[in-house]
Design a protein. Structure first.
Length: 425
């Protein structure tokens, strides 16, 4: 394959805005007789930091479903295998849950069917025998991966609102921190994600959508409680926010507003400029009043309806990687749990306004429904909606303006109207 041309067309290649200067193979390790684990290093024309990607190869092409590459990783985890490459090493580890989900996993895994999911952008996920799901981390980031770390922690804490962690793989290059290469979890059959489930409710029974918002609030409360349930683990603290942290919250929010303004032109730019003083006043008031009563802890970090599975037992949380665009250390840092609340509230707003503009229900009252859904969510989450949560919502809406302006201009109306609404007296 012609590597530079091939890699930029992969859905999981994250630097599409950076011109690629060169792609070279920097390591190779044999997973099976037929499958090799290749590490590709990408250099960019801007001279900035290089990236490394994980690419399994069967012959000269990526393995297809049924080639056995994915089940071979399960076997390697079950056996605790270490595979040496030309430069680095792959380490495979299993959790006790693997034997519970798949008895005698080393022997049973090769017989599992492989079914690759087609929806993910930044990673590759494969369902194995409708029992397990393997996610391959394409971009190799040095450091502890929050998805693996939090999954293991929540398992120890007894939290049943996320699929059980069954195993993982890491890649270690010379003179570098380990990089997460794969994660293995229980496969939970679902009717889809929370976004699709909520839109279905709004189409057929908006009252059921309000009840679903309450169920999500309860799940959120239990998730945050579990993330501080073991004070003996220093990577999962629960402590008062420092003045430096609350000051950084305000600075980050004001930066998002400035970036949002800079992303717009014409009438949309004028509209946001008109409400900007009120937005800044909200930021100054809410973040300025944040005191030692506010806590920081580990959070989900990218919490919205799309990060939930709608199962027969209710909603479950998935994907604790955090926002992919943020540095790994920032995604692992303690933060205000109100950020998760704000993210979900913005997602509920997106669902309501999408339903109003779509073909879901004639005369659907989006703002009326949203008020009920917010109340149900807040009550179940512990009554955490207040000025500070609303300030985080405003910050998130400013980020959404910039995102929509750059990626989906037809959706710009939604977060822009939200900022105007939230900034109103």
């Amino acid at each position: 394959m012609e590597l530079p041309d091939w890699i930029v067309w992969q859905r999981w290649f994250r630097a599409k805005a950076r011109p690629v200067a060169a792609v070279r193979q920097v390591d190779e390790a044999p997973l099976t007789d037929a499958v090799r684990l290749i590490i590709l290093e990408v250099a960019y024309a801007d001279g900035g930091p290089r990236d490394r990607y994980l690419v399994p190869l069967a012959g000269t092409a990526e393995p297809a479903d049924g080639d056995g590459a994915w089940t071979a990783m399960v076997v390697a985890m079950a056996e605790g295998r270490e595979i040496a490459g030309a430069a680095g090493r792959f380490h495979f580890d299993a959790m006790p849950a693997l034997g519970e989900l798949l008895p005698s996993p080393a022997a049973a895994a090769p017989a599992l069917d492989e079914r690759r999911l087609r929806v993910e952008q930044s990673n590759t996920s494969v369902v194995l025998g409708e029992r397990l799901i393997l996610k391959l981390f394409r971009l190799l980031e040095p450091g502890v991966n929050p998805d693996v770390e939090i999954g293991a922690f929540l398992g120890r804490a007894g939290f049943d609102g996320t699929p059980a962690l069954a195993g993982w793989a890491t890649y270690v290059a010379p003179s570098s921190e380990p990089c997460a290469a794969a994660i293995l979890q229980a496969y939970v059959p679902a009717r889809g994600d929370g976004w699709r489930a909520m839109l279905d409710h709004l189409r057929n029974d908006p009252a059921a959508g309000v009840r679903a918002a309450g169920a999500i609030g309860d799940l959120t409360r239990r998730m945050h409680a579990a993330l501080v349930g073991r004070p003996d683990e220093p990577a999962f603290p629960a402590r008062p926010a420092t003045p430096a942290e609350t000051g950084a919250w305000r600075a980050a929010a004001e930066e998002q507003l400035a970036l949002a303004i800079a992303s717009l032109d014409g009438e949309e730019h004028a509209r946001l400029v008109r409400v900007a003083p009120a937005v800044r006043e909200r930021f100054a008031d809410a973040f300025g009043r944040a005191t030692g009563d506010e806590t920081v802890q580990r959070i989900h970090g990218d919490y919205h309806l799309g990060q939930l599975l709608a199962t027969s037992r209710g909603f479950m949380v998935i994907d604790f990687e955090g926002e992919p665009a943020r540095p790994l250390a920032e995604r692992r840092a303690p933060a205000s749990p109100r950020r998760d609340l704000a993210g979900m509230l913005r997602s509920l707003d997106y669902a309501a306004r999408s339903a109003q503009r779509g073909a879901h229900a004639d005369g659907f009252d989006a703002l009326g429904w949203l008020a009920q859904a917010r109340s149900a969510f807040d009550g179940a989450a512990g009554g955490a909606i207040g000025p500070l949560t609303e300030a985080f919502e405003l910050e998130k809406a400013c980020y959404e303006i910039r995102y929509e302006a750059n990626n989906r201009p037809d959706w710009l109306w939604l977060p822009l109207e939200a900022v105007e609404r939230m900034a109103a007296p």
